[in-house]
Design a protein around this ligand. Sequence first.
Ligand code: GUN
Length: 298
Amino acid sequence: MSATLIDGKANAAALRDRLTGVVRALQAAHGRAPALAVVLVGDDPASQVYVRNKARQTQEIGMRSIEHRLDEKTSQEDLRKLVQSLNADPAVDGILVQLPLPAHLDEAAIIEQIDPAKDVDGLTEASAGRLVLGKPGLRPCTPTGCVILARDVLGDLGGKSCVIVGRSILVGKPAAFLFLEQNCTVTIAHSRTHDLPALCRDADILIAAVGRAQMIKGDWIKPGATVIDVGINRVDAPERGAGKTRLVGDVDFDTASQTAGAITPVPGGVGPMTIACLLRNTVLAACARMDWPLPAEI
Ligand code: GUN
């Protein structure tokens, strides 16, 4: 392997350290710490783990964590009322409704209920519109993490070609606008793109967010490129023993790391940045709501 490993864990820890300072300052000036409310409906095991990690990390940087765990059978109306009550609660700065919601609930309609000033996932139409229009607002967490990692490797991203493989609402589309905001020349690729390997080979920055295990190979990568792998895919790992599995990204790490200049591992790359950026959004939301100047250092 010749690429430098991009350490998402260390970057996330450094961001949390910077956030801790702002949280202390807000607490001292306003007599309360920023608060993040997380709503979990049902008992999906993966979502439970995410929610537990979010709550723990929220508290670790000195913020208040408010958890609402609702029954799997919760009605649309009851969930809507809860979101409305969190919107109205002056002590709540950020609201996150853990996805996916159970199938009987209308996910988009619930997200749309969240006050954009508290939309720490950056998923409401208002937040998406503000991103597209280049207005200040809360940005989706995972693509924000990708930008922070790319800037950590490359510094100023102006003029770099950035190819994003994947056009999801959560990652691909907002990533395109965030890298455009950094003055990159952005291309979004997807399942109908012609000659994807050739397109990827043009990228100074390659963002892999397709959700297909190890799809992007080493010979798709421009020598020296920065590769950011958003994928988290569980695959069989018979080499670890019968029935064992392991996590891999959307990039074939073993071949890609021969050609890339810098690359994120999976796990330990983008993953840790997502929660750190959620905490960052909560701090940014609290600053805006408390009329506190937005801290440049985060
Ligand atoms: N479930 C998996 N990822 C996410 C995310 O970024 N936000 C929310 N709300 N739910 C998720």
